[in-house]
Design a binder for this molecule. Structure first.
Ligand code: FAD
Ligand code: MLT
Ligand code: ZN
Length: 475
């Protein structure tokens, strides 16, 4: 784009959203750099519309000027999907001013919220009405519901309530042509043709901009209890999962696994957190039991489960949080693992999924491959075992220079891990998505038929390739 065209577009955008909400100067790193500090872009402008109509007008103006758009929520994504590239020609469309709760329907157990609503605020709005919005991620203080739907986020409650997709009943979307699709249905059943909602969920901003969503709510459980268990191996953790399903039924709302090295990083970088039981065991498991009867009932169920698990040898030691503060402390340890990894230095992240029953063998086989390839490699294993979703992360050998490690090994490590995932019938992304990070790997691992259907959808909905080009798919 010429300088004149850029200046003209900026002026048009200012006329739409107001001078204060078109940012072109000063420190824009909050919008241009990702959470992991792996992607450093340069935006033509950051635009912050306040209404759906303004979003539509911004899209039309950008499309007419030939500028592409990067939708952005909280910018907490892990795969380089929400920052502009370095060309200085992309417009970041931030939804952060669109944060209203439009409606909460207690009878229908739904709430309709704007896309820039911070996840924690959504949870709080539900709690104030005595209801539960169960999506829960460590980034919930800054990620947005638009980003959660854009990535089909998972988190720690999927074992019971499903991914962001499962929690969404309807969407309002601004299309790549700047039209508004009013799909904010609060219906649980609607078989009137193709499911447009599910096309936009998980499309990472490449098909349109989600401006509002109708989300499901649930009754608040009478009691929620948390336990922390030491297990002798991943095989035992999988056995424990089976037992937990049997003993707790739908009460099982969380089942996270954490490897010893992952926990040692939390202990090293956040010494104020006291990590229980990890020093003498290769893995710990965090379990949550949500009960609609009473705390006493939940505690009895947990005690029976842990007793059976200890008798069967799949748990060697365990603690059950005595109160909410203790429960929060245990969850805080788990949620600090990504932060502790970041403190330890640049690392290679994976968010793979494998059928739960195959996870122990996958880890044995893949650990051996990586250890042969990179002597001294440090493997950070943790994640949502209840969903078959592991963060199988790789940290440079101790004392090694992280940047040099990444340039030497990142691509090789990814190839080895994803090849192994493929052998075990898994997916290379369970929750973070593709973004820029995994475009090449997706091309390698997705079938040509699937890729061509995805390209056909992209071409049909966004023929000018305005929406987040280069992410997810190459056209
Ligand atoms: P952004 O990062 O701003 O955007 C993410 C993608 O969605 C981009 O491609 C963007 O273009 C698109 N997008 C954003 N808003 C819209 C919109 N309104 N319409 C269309 N597209 C849009 N993720 C998990 O799944 N599970 C976890 O447990 C988890 N834990 C995390 C813990 C930490 C500490 C951090 C930093 C991240 C974690 N994440 C996790 C990743 C991240 O928080 C999620 O992907 C989250 O859903 C992103 O939301 P966001 O608002 O920050 O989106
Ligand atoms: C998590 O489960 O903590 C996240 O998905 C973040 C991560 O992978 O680091
Ligand atoms: Zn995760």
């Amino acid at each position: 784009m010429s300088e004149l065209a850029t200046a003209t577009l900026a002026a048009t955008l200012r006329a739409i959203v107001g001078d204060a909400h078109v940012l072109t100067e000063g420190d824009l790193s909050a919008y241009e750099v990702d959470w992991r500090k792996r992607y450093h872009g340069k935006a033509l402008a950051v635009v912050r519309p306040a209404t759906t109509q303004q979003v539509a007008d911004v899209v039309k103006a950008c499309a007419a000027a030939g500028a592409s758009i990067v939708p952005q929520g909280g910018n907490t994504g892990m795969v380089g999907g929400s920052q502009p590239d370095a060309s200085g020609t992309q417009v970041v469309l931030s939804l952060q001013r669109m944060k209203a709760v439009r409606n909460l329907d207690k009878g229908n157990l739904t709430m309709t919220v704007e896309a820039g609503c911070i996840l924690q605020n959504l949870q709080d709005a539900a709690t104030q009405e005595g209801l539960l919005f169960p999506l829960s991620l460590a980034s919930e203080g800054s990620c947005t519901v638009g980003g959660n739907l854009g990535t089909n986020a998972g988190g720690t409650q999927v074992v019971r309530y499903g991914n962001a997709r499962d929690l969404c009943l309807g969407l309002e979307v601004v299309t790549a042509q700047g039209e508004v699709w009013e799909g904010l249905s609060g219906l649980r059943k609607d078989n009137t043709g193709y499911d447009l909602r599910d096309l936009f969920i998980g499309s990472e901003g490449t098909l349109g901009i989600i401006t509002a969503a109708t989300m499901k709510l649930y009754p608040m459980p009478a009691a929620t209890l948390t336990a922390w268990a030491a297990v002798p191996s991943l095989d035992h953790a999988v056995t424990l999962l089976g037992l937990a399903h049997r003993h707790l039924g739908a009460g099982l709302t969380g089942f996270e696994v954490m490897g010893q090295f992952a926990l040692s990083l939390v202990s090293r970088h956040f010494p104020q957190q006291r990590v229980p039981l990890y020093q003498d065991t290769p893995f710990c498991v965090l379990l949550e039991n949500s009960d609609h009867e009473s705390e006493a009932h939940a505690r009895t169920q947990f005690e029976q489960l842990l007793e059976a698990a200890m008798e069967g040898g799949c748990v060697t030691d365990a603690v059950v949080a005595g109160n909410l503060t203790q429960a929060h402390q245990l969850w805080h340890i788990r949620e600090s693992i990504p932060l502790a990894q970041a403190e330890e230095g640049l690392n290679i992240k994976h968010d793979i999924s494998i059928p739960v029953s195959s996870i122990p063998e996958f880890v044995r086989v893949t650990d051996a491959l990586l250890e042969r390839e990179i002597p001294g490699v440090r493997l950070v294993n943790f994640g949502h075992l209840g969903d078959g979703n592991l963060h199988y992360n790789v940290q440079a050998p101790s004392g090694g220079e992280a940047k040099a490690f990444l340039s030497q090994y990142e691509d090789r490590v990814n190839s080895l891990v994803y090849e192994s995932v493929h052998q075990f019938n898994g997916s290379i992304s369970a929750e973070h998505g593709v973004g820029l990070l995994k475009v090449d790997k997706l091309e390698h691992h997705k079938s040509p038929v699937a890729l061509e259907m995805m390209r056909a959808i992209k071409r049909a909905l966004d023929p000018q390739n305005v929406m987040n080009p280069g992410r997810v798919l190459r056209i």
